[in-house]
Design a protein around this ligand. Structure first.
Ligand SMILES: Cc1cc2nc3c(=O)[nH]c(=O)nc-3n(C[C@H](O)[C@H](O)[C@H](O)COP(=O)(O)O)c2cc1C
Length: 184
């Protein structure tokens, strides 16, 4: 198959997450594509532009939340990604809830939530990458199937290029599909 060269910048796929932080005594949320896992220890990495309102709250409190929206929240999610807490109060967009272990608002409307404690802060150009140890995690009970979190019930929003997508279907099982690979 022929390859064509495309612009050398990130395109995706990325998970679409809502990062929550308390800023000036109110919950604030920013939409992020830059979120991922960094080790087998329970640590998440997020990358926030230094000038974002949310960044202020993460640095002040030392905690942030990572919330996984489903497609029904696409409008609210996009709104939090195009509007800054510097100019609009986003505290009413979602219903916050808290865990005793850290001061960061989690989002009740999102099926999955992580409370993270900042353990490292790495400047990257005009962004700051925060590594956050997961202190608490929550899941909507109806997203369980046979006692396990069900990816299709959580149905996270994925961003790629200029589009938000959803999972669609499961195509394999982790650590199992490769065992059927014939390597010769
Ligand atoms: C789909 C999407 C993904 C985004 N990803 C990031 C990101 O990874 N890092 C970041 O700093 N900003 C990202 N943004 C931009 C912020 O969400 C946006 O600037 C937001 O208004 C910041 O809000 P705040 O100033 O209240 O913190 C993204 C926006 C959208 C719509």
């Amino acid at each position: 198959m022929e390859k064509i060269k495309i612009p050398s910048r990130p395109f995706g796929p990325f998970p679409t997450v809502l990062v929550g932080a308390e800023v000036n005594g109110r919950p604030n949320y920013a939409t992020l594509g830059a979120c991922g896992v960094v080790s087998l220890n329970p640590v998440l990495a997020i990358s926030l532009k230094s000038t974002h309102y949310t960044t202020r709250g993460v640095k002040e409190n030392g905690y942030f939340s990572v919330n996984i929206p489903s497609p029904d929240l696409v409008r609210e999610t996009d709104y939090c990604g195009i509007t800054s807490g510097k100019t609009a109060d986003k505290s009413h967009v979602f219903t916050p809830f808290y865990d005793a272990q850290g001061k960061a608002p989690m989002i009740r409307e999102c099926p999955m939530n992580f409370l993270c404690k900042v353990i490292q802060n790495i400047p990257v150009f005009d962004f700051e990458m925060f590594l956050g140890e997961i202190m608490a995690a929550y899941l909507n009970e109806q997203c369980l199937t046979e006692g396990k979190p069900d990816p299709l019930k959580i149905n996270p929003l994925i961003m790629i290029g200029g589009s938000y997508c959803h999972l669609g279907q499961v195509v394999g099982t982790v650590f199992k599909e490769g065992t059927a690979y014939n390597n010769h």
